[in-house]
Ligand binder design. Sequence first.
Ligand SMILES: Cc1ncc(COP(=O)(O)O)c(C=O)c1O
Length: 372
Amino acid sequence: MKGKPVVEPVYMTATYKFDRSDDLIDVVQNRSGYIYSRWDNPSVRAVESELADLEGYAFALGFGSGMAAITTAIMANIKAGDRVVATQEVYGGTYELLNDVLPTFNVDTALINCYDLDRLFAEIDKGLTLLYLETPTNPLLRVVDIKPLADAAHAKGAIVLLDATFASPVNQHPVDLGVDVVIHSATKYLGGHHDVTAGFICADDPWFKKIWNLRKVLGGVMDPMSAFMTLRGMRTLELRIQKHNENAMQVARFLEAQVKIKSVHYPGLASHPDHEIAVRQMSGFGGMLSFEVDGDFDQTKTFMDCLKKIKLATSLGGVTSLANQPITNTHVALSPENRAKAGVSESLVRLSVGIENVEVLIQDLEQALEVV
Ligand SMILES: Cc1ncc(COP(=O)(O)O)c(C=O)c1O
């Protein structure tokens, strides 16, 4: 064919035909082509290689969701009798996997507050198979200092996994910080438009081969249409992230100046407890922030209901700004005691700042604050 498509087509095929048995055997043995789309698919491989290049790892693997990427990456690297150390402020689904599911398979898990460095290092020192980190965290945007923790875990022979969803590949470069496996929920910034559910891992060998093999077994692979949509989203990733960073910084500064706002959590603010780590570790502070309205649960709910441009919705990382009250959804399962420990108060609002005109967002927040 003379002339090839500029845009990678969507290969909507479950299986692949061969002219010769030897070719089929070669694909099965050497992953030199395609045999079955639960193993590999050209549309999925196209987005995988784009992300691997961006993150600086030899390989990436696409999954049907961020949680499929997380469960597969963790399970590929542990067995009964192993020990996992993780920061406690991980995504809710990850927390359930580590706290509720893995112990039933005889895997010991220690979940430690990300700011309690003494305890984190002490737990690593006891020995571990896998260190699991997530930064910035949800919903208080704590920033975990990756390199020293990764170094300590490596000294014990462990593998280091990082959920880098909130930072995106633009604001943070985990390969330089000693991370073995980077995980993204592509449902967020990589897809970027609130219309795809997908996930990725990025890794070098030998981690990659183990995870690829378990993806094949567990079956949580990315579908070709999601791969196409995610690759399309990634074409504007850098531009979008720049705008998310700028908008979030302006919104954070606006909120910090309001008398009806008790506190603002944004790593770009000098008032943030991890600002110095963020300056050192991140090239941009991201589009996520949270704040406490100076009021009770009902007043905060009224504030939320008065937002007009900013949508009341869970999820994050897309072009449209979304806000939620963590206590009503993402952190609803936590006991009041654990909620207090996690810093999730009844007046806390999480905001995923989109790429709209920032003045429109600020006006929206301003008019909703008037009712509090
Ligand atoms: C940081 C983080 N990791 C992982 C996930 C799970 O991703 P998914 O919903 O694509 O399974 C989420 C979802 O909100 C998340 O915020």
